[in-house]
Design a binder for this molecule. Structure first.
Ligand code: MLT
Length: 398
């Protein structure tokens, strides 16, 4: 009889956003004529800019002639897109090399798949609340997870405790779900902790494009020493509206090495290359054409217009909550607004309350961890009209 990975028994029955979709579908089946406004999953709604669209078309056109046709691409991604990322980082004052970059179909897959490089016997540290992928993927592998509290007292920016050891640390900044963003000193403290503990930081920068405060770090590699202890994940999903197109990238510095029990020096860059070339066949040429355009100055300018639009939505949400004296976090350097459920309501109960009374869908904080139990997340990725309508409905309800 086949033996299954019984770690799956330790998972919640379904992934957070699948559970939400299931509850909403159930509601719609009973109330088919109501207008639901979805501010739950962080999915973009605006079309992507013409620079990216033109490049995607060029990619398609290349497939029409044998002289330009592309089959399997280079394992780490085409040079033209990796070089465009090097330039993008350079414009933000961070130096990385093209062969430290791996193109993928998104940060979700990479933050999950990176666990392949690590033994089961590592202590994994995650903040609570946290993006559920980090917890679920380590649970699937049977790893020991320890949590550090992110809460209103520490502005949802937990710092390391020198008395607590972790081998692998997940950080997400700007944070999903809380929107909290580490400053350079705080990130330096984490890097110093990782160097002192021989631990590795898995840094999720998927929301870096939402940083408006120029003093805040967009990449962990803007911190001295980070190349010896960190891997960075990023994505064009939120930066350039690629949630449906799918393209992300992971930066594994060549300086990141670990001594194996045999004494051999192992390069994480080489290991990730080995893992990806074995289990992944790369992102399509067409998508990589669009991605390279997204990293160009013109492409970024266009995407920034979309980000500004979402940031206006965030203000609309924040203004309504402020008017109702609801305590909230985020929404400035992040597309997410994280707020306390009114009357100390439990977050799934508040989810049902909003769905049933005003047909607005958000994300219950409990889905991100125990510290989210009484919190709720709204996304600013909706369209303007719906965001205004949702907040009017919520304002009247509260
Ligand atoms: C979220 O809503 O938390 C994100 O959209 C999920 C994701 O990026 O996978």
């Amino acid at each position: 009889m086949a033996k299954l990975n019984e770690n799956y028994l330790n998972l919640k029955e379904s992934y957070l956003f699948s559970e939400i979709a299931h509850r909403v579908d159930k509601y719609i089946s009973i109330h088919p004529d109501t207008k639901i406004i979805r501010l739950g999953i962080g999915d973009v709604t605006l079309p992507i800019g013409s620079t990216m669209i033109d490049a995607l078309h060029e990619g398609v056109d290349a497939m029409t002639s044998s002289s330009t046709f592309k089959g399997y691409g280079p394992e780490r991604g085409y040079d033209f897109v990796r070089n465009s990322i090097v330039e993008y980082y350079k414009r933000n004052g961070v130096s990385i090399e093209a062969d430290e970059i791996f193109i993928s179909d998104g940060a979700k897959s990479d933050t999950g798949n990176i666990t392949d490089l690590f033994d089961k016997d590592n202590i994994v540290m995650v903040p609570d609340p946290v993006y559920p992928v980090y917890v679920d993927t380590n649970t699937m592998d049977g790893r020991n997870i320890i949590y550090i509290d992110a809460n209103a007292d520490n502005q949802f920016l937990p710092m390391p405790d020198s008395n607590v050891h972790a081998d692998i640390i997940y950080l997400c900044s700007p944070n999903n779900p809380t929107g909290a963003t580490y400053n350079k000193e705080q990130l330096k403290t984490w890097v110093d902790y990782a160097l002192a503990n021989n631990s590795i930081i898995l840094f999720d920068a998927a929301y870096e494009a939402f940083i408006t405060d120029e003093a805040l770090p967009r990449s962990i590699f803007s911190i001295d020493g980070a190349k010896k202890c960190a891997i960075e994940f990023c994505s064009l999903s939120k930066t350039a509206g690629f949630t449906g197109i799918r393209c992300g990238y992971t930066i594994v510095p060549k300086a990141l090495t670990v001594t194996a029990s045999t004494g051999a020096l192992m390069s994480l860059n080489a290991m990730w290359n080995r893992r990806q070339s074995t289990k992944f066949n790369g992102v399509s040429y067409i998508v990589q054409k669009g991605a390279a355009a997204a990293f160009s100055e013109k492409g970024m300018q266009q995407s920034r217009q979309n980000i500004k639009y979402y940031q206006e939505n965030a203000k609309i949400i924040a203004n309504c909550l402020a008017k109702k004296n609801v305590r909230f976090f985020g929404g400035v350097n992040s597309p997410y607004i994280w707020f306390e459920c009114p009357n100390e309501m439990e977050s799934w109960a508040f989810f049902d309350y909003l769905l049933e009374n005003v047909q607005v869908v958000g994300t219950p904080g409990a889905g991100f961890g125990k510290n989210g139990q009484n919190f709720f997340r709204l996304t600013s990725f909706g369209n303007r009209e719906n965001t205004i309508e949702a907040m009017e409905r919520i304002e009247n309800l509260l």
